[in-house]
Design a binder for this molecule. Sequence first.
Ligand code: PLP
Length: 558
Amino acid sequence: MVESEAYLMRQKIAYFSMEIGLSNNIHTYNGGLGILAGDTIRSSADLKVPLVGVTLVSKKGHFRQEITSDGKQVEHPDPWEPSEHMQLLSTEVKVQIQKRDVTIRPWLYTVKSQTGGVASVYFLDADLEGNNPEDREITSFLYGGDERYRLKQEIVLGIGGVKILDALGLRVRKYHMNEGHSSLLALELLQKNGMDIEKVRNLCVFTTHTPVEAGHDKFSYDLVREVLGDTVPLDVLKKLGGQERLNMTLFALNLSNYYNGVAKRHRDSSKAMFPGYEIRAITNGVHSYTWTCESFRTLYDKYFPGWANEPDLLVRADGILDEDVWRAHEEGKKVLIDYVNNVTNAGMNYDTLTLGFARRATGYKRTDLVFSDLEKLKKANGKGRIQLIFSGIANPKDDSGRKLIEQIFGYMQKLKEEIKIVYLANYDMDLAAKLVSGVDVWLNTPLRPLEASGTSGMKAAHNGVVNFSVLDGWWIEGWIEGVTGWAIGPQPNENVSAEEGRRRELDDLYNKLEYVIVPMFYSRRGEWIEMMKNSIGKIAYHFNSHRMMQRYATEAYL
Ligand SMILES: *Cc1c(COP(=O)(O)O)cnc(C)c1O
């Protein structure tokens, strides 16, 4: 009791994110951004960083993906029931949207960590009696609706979130905006602090996640005026958020005194987009305990007691016996292959070299790159069998993403006599955990430089799975050729044309598969296990969210 009072008194870091992946049954995440937010909160609880999360309740969730036998994505509603997981608080605040008062209340979810730490997450809900029926829907759909709907959500998250924390009596030391969706919190802080920009900047931390200009949220000032009202002078908004449209990234940059990209390469591309801003880099990490499968947890418990709260202990992975690593891997692989054979009729084998690829089905992720030359893929398969497991959802509005899934089904059909391939529906946290611990090789082929960081390869490394990836995002920092994994295509500092880049990617993809990866897996198991240990000892030990949060704490929060 005394401790919890002391905890209440401590100044908090308020971490705002449109999506947070806390557990598989709470469908308020879409992909990497939300999982990162979840890992941030899990590590904060472990490390006893006094951080509270703020997000929207998104009661109607994202969607549940079904894929028809010819590869068409069908979206089903995916609601969830907050009262089964969290407690509705009686505290309420009002925000103005389209000149109407909208009342908001928070649900409180408590994350309890392995080490006895806790972190509170507030899920904001506008579905309250007394609110206009249209307004009651604002916190229903994650990333649903049009621009207007999105702006309303951002008002509830940013402005409503600051007000709720005040109403709850929390003392906030820093407000951390995880991506520009929550930038309007800085507007609320401006109004609270007599429009004192310096004061607000000292309160705000901003992490950008978007490596291209088109990815940043921007709203026309007409829409802003209509939805947000006119309590803030337009010239102030324009000065901070851009003359043409309100650019949420720019707005956050101008109102923070610490801002960062999510990998070193991403820092460089962000600096190029926003010259003059001293953008830092804190490379993402994943929550080690969450993303390590049962058999590897047991293994690490034996060799490195306390590893879950001190993942840098994994640096000593060289000392693990080969047979222990292989046995733990076989267990993880069995879980996945059994699952695959249960939900499909693929008849996959435990002993076959298995490549995994799971990420959002969207153009730049290039799920189809491995099928660019079917003859070469067959040739690699001729040197020793391979099998491929895919997963990933397409954004409902992303027609090219949907088409991508259909194309993969087309290739599966063409190759069905030779190579076992499956595409698993409904990629979520549980499926991700099975995939990153059950394959032998984790494949990643994004179009450079569009992968800001990427995190699934870090999850794979925690389970001794070896990365084979285009040099983009975090992999530039994790990669040592032939030691921690293999690169696909040119190095980041090489200036090559798009065609040349693609040619070299395909060369690496097929040549390394045929002449390096397949032979090593089947004929030089000792070397393979060495690489598995390097994944653990040279990647997982560093690319985890404990290291990430320790850096946020010392550089951004203190
Ligand atoms: C980890 C994870 C992601 C992000 O992975 P990337 O490598 O960044 O694409 C997306 N979705 C789910 C369900 C995840 O677990």
